[in-house]
Design a binder for this molecule. Structure first.
Ligand code: SF4
Length: 198
């Protein structure tokens, strides 16, 4: 069939089509049920939100982690991560690495507790946080007691501890960075650097 459709008639027909669709969506006819059947729940509904910092690089972008209970394990599971629009560093944006953070967080191989390889051992074994921190403190104290230098070779006071070094994290606030600097320098450590430079 050959239909002679002018521009004016075409617009009239299109307008009628839109009106019919809108009426259906407003409850006039079966169109409403059909349309509602295709509306999915908002994917972030009933989730717990937590703010955090991307762990990868020294830019330290802010992220929001969304979790809800996993029906199979009964445990909370992070299922969505996005940039934090209120964070002054990234304003909601993430680079590809940060955007793929969910894979890292939920990876089976992710390290979730301290590990230790004991003297003479060949394998790492798990250790509690308390034991790990006590061991670090003990080792630092012993090394500082043994190697702290109060005077240099010509008798000038230097108060240096040169046999230990410290690497600070860059994903911290100015206040945390200031406190870290003071603690490290007050112990006499000279070898002090920051992740931001690595
Ligand atoms: S999202 Fe990218 S740029 Fe931002 S901290 Fe993570 S790795 Fe760095």
């Amino acid at each position: 069939m050959n239909i002679d459709l002018s521009r004016r008639s075409f617009l009239k027909l299109a307008g009628a089509g839109v009106a019919a669709t809108s009426l259906g969506a407003m409850g006039f006819g079966e169109a409403e049920a059909a349309e509602l059947a295709h509306v999915r729940d908002f994917k972030l509904v009933a989730t717990t939100e937590a703010r955090n910092t991307c762990p990868y690089c020294s830019v330290a972008c802010g992220v929001i982690l969304y979790s809800r209970k996993d029906e199979q394990t009964g445990k909370n599971r992070i299922f969505h991560i996005e940039g934090d629009a209120d964070h002054p560093t990234n304003r909601g944006t993430l680079c590809p690495k940060g955007a793929a953070l969910r894979g890292f967080v939920n990876a089976e191989t992710r390290l979730t507790q301290p590990m230790i390889r004991r003297a003479g051992g060949t394998a790492f074994e798990p250790i509690s946080w308390d034991d790990a921190l006590n061991k670090i403190a003990r080792t630092m104290k012993d090394d500082r007691d043994a190697n702290f230098m109060t005077l240099n070779e010509v008798g000038i006071p230097v108060n240096r501890w040169t046999t230990a070094g410290f690497l600070a994290a860059s994903a911290t606030t100015n206040e945390t960075a200031w406190a870290t600097y003071k603690v490290v320098r007050s112990m006499g450590i000279v070898g002090f650097d920051n992740q931001a430079r690595v």
